[in-house]
Design a protein around this ligand. Sequence first.
Ligand code: FES
Length: 147
Amino acid sequence: MGDVTDVEDADEITFADPARGTYAKLVVRDDRLAGAIMLGDNPAVGAVVQMFDRGARVPPDVRSLLLGRVPAGTTAAEPNPALMPDAAVVCRCNTVPKSAIVAGFRAGDGTVAAIAARTRATTGCGSCHDAVASILRSLSRSEEVTA
Ligand code: FES
């Protein structure tokens, strides 16, 4: 994703583990991801994609992402649903935007399983599960406030 070839004025961080068949490269400019390559099984790929999509700051220990760990307190680990635009793609595996999750909630789907049945969000790699749950919690709270 992004531009992984223009590394001028950027930090380029790579990690390869041939024994596990993984390779990761992050290009960081101004504390944000300008590009990334994530090959093989890396549990942090969902967080990296979300950081890139949202222009979020990378964690202070960016190397942890290469190793498959999402540091606590990382913006992408706990997305703020209130700040996500409706068109933001929450589930990349199934191209499900936030607006589809909001529509499902308003149609009575109050659980991640119900949203999955309606939209297929979370049914691929599963890395979007926390984001979907967070959006549902946020919607539930806003419904309580207005009720
Ligand atoms: S991003 Fe993979 S299942 Fe949603």
